[in-house]
Design a protein around this ligand. Structure first.
Ligand SMILES: O=C(O)CCC(=O)C(=O)O
Length: 226
């Protein structure tokens, strides 16, 4: 993919609160949506994820895979995930995301939603490996396949903000989004096809440092194209 020197300019910024915001590059790779969906669904080692909740084993309603640099070990849902090596398609997509955003990532979590019944429950990616809770934790989310509603809610006020993520769209959660908000991909009764979402992350060995007082979340405001 040719390097565009202006690529990391921000296409659209949505302010969630004083310290939390989303950067969006709608349609970044939409021209290759079908090819990427076929390649990623066919080539990645998708697996079921099981975890314990209230003493019972639960199967997550989607398939997952975790890839990255060897040191990018990630603990979530009570389990330490050892990364599989980068595959060629994932490495190519990481280059595209890094070139668009100007940010660096050493790992990626893949989620495969097989249809509208597959979903992601309310959570925040607030593990200490992703950075201090009050700093700029950045997580880039690249989607292929059918559109799905990506919903965020303020942890304090429960006010919701929604973004429709389509094939080829890139969204980056920035600032304190992970400490002030939760996010989810809600189940739908509509006939929707497959969707692959890749969340590129930077995992470090750092631990949680003390949190400043939590800020309130006002209504989301949006900057136009820049
Ligand atoms: O599928 C999505 O858009 C969201 C994925 C997500 O929330 C996550 O990987 O933590």
């Amino acid at each position: 993919m040719p390097e565009d020197p202006d690529a990391h300019r921000i296409a659209r910024r949505l302010h969630l609160s004083a310290g939390a915001w989303l950067d969006l590059w709608p349609l970044l790779l939409s021209a290759q949506n079908d090819e990427w969906l076929a390649r990623l669904t066919g080539e990645l080692p998708w697996r079921e994820e099981r975890y314990r909740m209230f003493g019972r084993e639960v199967v997550a309603p989607r398939l997952v895979c975790w890839h990255g640099d060897p040191q990018a070990r990630y603990r979530y849902s009570g389990v330490v995930h050892e990364p599989r090596p980068w595959t060629e398609p994932l490495a190519e997509l990481r280059r595209a995301v890094e070139s668009a955003t100007g940010l660096r990532f050493n790992s990626v979590l893949g989620n495969l939603y097989r249809g509208g019944r597959d979903s992601m429950g309310w959570h925040a990616d607030d593990e200490p490996e992703i950075g201090p809770s009050y700093g700029d934790r950045h997580i880039a989310s690249l989607s292929f396949g059918d559109d799905r509603r990506f919903v965020l809610r303020c942890a304090k006020s429960r006010e919701k903000t929604e973004v429709l993520l389509g094939g080829g769209d890139l969204l980056v959660m920035r600032g304190t989004t992970q400490s002030e908000f939760q996010h989810a991909v809600i189940k739908t009764a509509k006939a929707v096809g497959k969707r692959v979402n890749l969340t590129f992350r930077h995992i470090s060995g750092g631990g949680l440092t003390s949190r400043p007082p939590a800020q309130g979340c006002g209504p989301a405001t949006c900057d136009g194209e820049s």
